[in-house]
Design a protein around this ligand. Structure first.
Ligand SMILES: C[C@H](O)[C@H](O)[C@H]1CNC2=NC(N)=NC(=O)C2=N1
Length: 110
């Protein structure tokens, strides 16, 4: 996938294709090095820190609005001063280019 991830948009993924291999995911990860692969290359996650609960909550709301706009949705965990965003594509049980696009866009919202 060439070009900047943040300039791309999600393409509809209706399943029926294999997820990215861990090796393919490692290559894409070089474009968003703040993120980590988990679950054998099937999840993309990052923890964000904030000075208080409200700032974390407002970040989560911005991520939620981005998700609705792009039609691709993360798992979100958050508490006082922190939020963890986890991207994967449910329909294929692993990672798709969409998850890397969304991770790059998420990073610009913090
Ligand atoms: C039709 C629409 O693309 C799907 O229902 C979407 C919605 N958001 C989604 N988000 C994520 N993370 N994975 C999916 O498979 C998914 N499916």
């Amino acid at each position: 996938m060439g070009g900047d991830l943040v300039d791309k948009s999600c393409v509809p993924c209706r399943g029926g294709i294999p997820p990215l291999s861990e090796a393919q995911a490692q290559v894409l990860l070089q474009q968003i090095p703040e993120w980590s692969l988990g679950d054998g290359g099937r999840r993309l996650s990052r923890r964000f820190d904030f000075p208080d609960f409200r700032r974390a909550m407002e970040f989560v709301c911005r991520v939620g609005e981005l998700a609705e706009a792009e039609g691709h949705h993360p798992d979100v965990h958050f508490g006082w001063g922190w939020a963890e965003i986890v991207w994967y594509t449910h329909k294929i049980g692993g990672l798709h280019d969409n998850d890397f696009i969304m991770a790059a866009k998420t990073g610009r919202l913090s």
